[in-house]
Ligand binder design. Structure first.
Ligand code: NI
Length: 188
C-alpha cells in the first residue's frame, strides 16, 4: 500500500524518533509499504517520519545511482534503531534532494565516513562503516529520524532565499506525482 508522504513543515519531520521493539505492531507491513511508497515516488531512501511515524526506521535502495557511484549497486537495506557512532573526514558537498521537499535540491556539506549501528528487519544487530555516496544516503535518512532535514544544514542566507519555495511546499503549491500530506494546506 502506498502511504502519503508528509511535506516540509509537518511536525513529525521535526521530532527525534524513538527506538522500537521487534513486537512493534504491523512492522513487517509498514516496511513493505515503505518500499512500495519509496519506489512509487522514485526515491532511493525513505524514513518512517516521512510517512508520519516517529520511529527509528528507514529503508534505502541506492541501486539507481550505480552508474555514477558503483558502490551503490545492489545496496538495499532496512535500518532499525540506527545510531551513528562516528563521523569522520573532511566535509564534502553533495547535491541532496528529499521526497518531503519536492522540486528542489541543494548542496549539503557532510563528513564522508560514518560508523553506524542498527538492527535489520530481523532484529539482527550490525555495526558497519560506510564511505562515499552510501554514507551520504544513510546520513540523509538518519537525519530524518533525528528530526533534521537537509535544509537545516544549509546556510541561513541560502535558507532565507528559499523561504518562499519552502512555504509553497508546506502549502501544497507544488507539482508532485506522489501522494503527500501538506501541513499548511489552505482550503478555498
Ligand atoms: Ni529525505
Amino acid at each position: 500500500m502506498i502511504l502519503p508522504i508528509v511535506a516540509y513543515g509537518h511536525p513529525t519531520l521535526k521530532k527525534v524518533a524513538q527506538d522500537i521493539e521487534s513486537s512493534y505492531p504491523g512492522l513487517e507491513k509498514l516496511i513493505e509499504d515503505m518500499w512500495e511508497t519509496m519506489y512509487g515516488a522514485n526515491g532511493v531512501g525513505l524514513a518512517a517520519p516521512q510517512v508520519n511515524k516517529s520511529i527509528r526506521l528507514f529503508v534505502i535502495n541506492a541501486t539507481p545511482y550505480a552508474e555514477e557511484y558503483p558502490e551503490t549497486n545492489g545496496f538495499k537495506k532496512v535500518f532499525i534503531n540506527a545510531h551513528i557512532l562516528e563521523e569522520a573526514g573532511e566535509e564534502i558537498e553533495i547535491n541532496e534532494g528529499c521526497l518531503s521537499l519536492p522540486g528542489m535540491s541543494e548542496e549539503v556539506s557532510r563528513k564522508p565516513k560514518i560508523v553506524i549501528k542498527y538492527v535489520d528487519e530481523n532484529f539482527v544487530p550490525h555495526e558497519e562503516t560506510y564511505e562515499g555516496f552510501i554514507a551520504r544516503v544513510i546520513q540523509h535518512e538518519y537525519d530524518h529520524i533525528e528530526g533534521v532535514l537537509y535544509v537545516d544544514r544549509i546556510t541561513p542566507f541560502r535558507r532565507m532565499l528559499l523561504k518562499g519555495k519552502l512555504r509553497d511546499i508546506s502549502e501544497g503549491k507544488v507539482d508532485v506525482e506522489y501522494r503527500m500530506i501538506f501541513p499548511a494546506l489552505r482550503r478555498k
